[in-house]
Design a protein. Structure first.
Length: 224
């Protein structure tokens, strides 16, 4: 069963109605520029065909309800009208909470949502499953409520959530390629200015020797 079918099925089982849309965000593989994104250098990542998928719908109230398929369908619920604090027992929840909290500061014109999340970015492989989760959550709320934030802002929002709420230091590369990546293309990013002229055809760099394992994937590592 595909990730989209899985999240849609779990959504219907849990909430009793069908999701109105499904969003996704990919993991990434970096071709050039390890450890240069947080030093304002250049990087050349590409999106991969492993991803985080979220089936979602608006709620009539101001609550965010999340179900994590990959964590034995654990759930989390919190209110948009109360301070969003860290979850004491479910660290995966904090990636979602952090994204929502920081998104409120950018464009708070959204209400509650039901979210069912699953992904297939490999565990601990350094392929940025945490960034894929952060971008996917941002895209879900952006799409449900037609928020006036673009994909670069969603990437920055995810980075802020990971750095300031979750407490994992990271540069902008992972979130930016997850938000902007295109099939069969790498993306050259100037991490100082966030300029991103389109990179080379990714197939031409298939033999590049890039050490994907150097980057941590915080969301997936929690599944170990």
């Amino acid at each position: 069963m595909s990730l989209q079918n899985t999240t849609a099925t779990v959504f219907r089982d849990a909430f009793g109605y069908a999701p109105v849309l499904t969003v996704k965000a990919p993991g990434r593989f970096n071709l050039i520029g390890e450890h240069t994104d947080y030093n304002d250098g250049f990087v050349l990542p590409c999106a991969i065909d492993y991803e985080t998928v979220i089936s979602c719908a608006r709620r009539d109230d101001r609550k965010i309800w999340i179900i994590a398929v990959d964590y034995d369908r654990q759930h989390d619920i919190f209110s948009l009208d109360e301070p969003i604090l860290s979850h004491a027992d479910q660290q995966w929840s904090n990636y979602v909470r952090g994204v929502v909290k920081h998104l409120q500061r950018r464009d708070g014109n959204f209400g509650g949502a039901d979210l069912v999340i699953s992904g297939n970015v490999p565990k601990g492989a350094g392929l940025s499953s945490s960034a894929a989760l952060e971008v996917a959550v941002g895209k879900a709320l952006q799409s449900l409520y037609h928020l006036s934030v673009d994909n670069v802002a969603l990437a920055l929002n995810g980075q802020e959530a990971e750095n300031q709420f979750v407490g994992c230091n990271c540069g902008i590369m992972d979130q930016l390629i997850s938000a902007l990546g295109k099939d069969n293309h790498a993306l050259l990013i100037d991490c100082r200015t966030l300029g991103h002229p389109r990179g080379a055809d990714a197939d031409a760099d298939a033999d590049a020797d890039a050490d994907a394992g150097q980057y941590r994937s915080g969301y997936r590592q929690l599944q170990r």
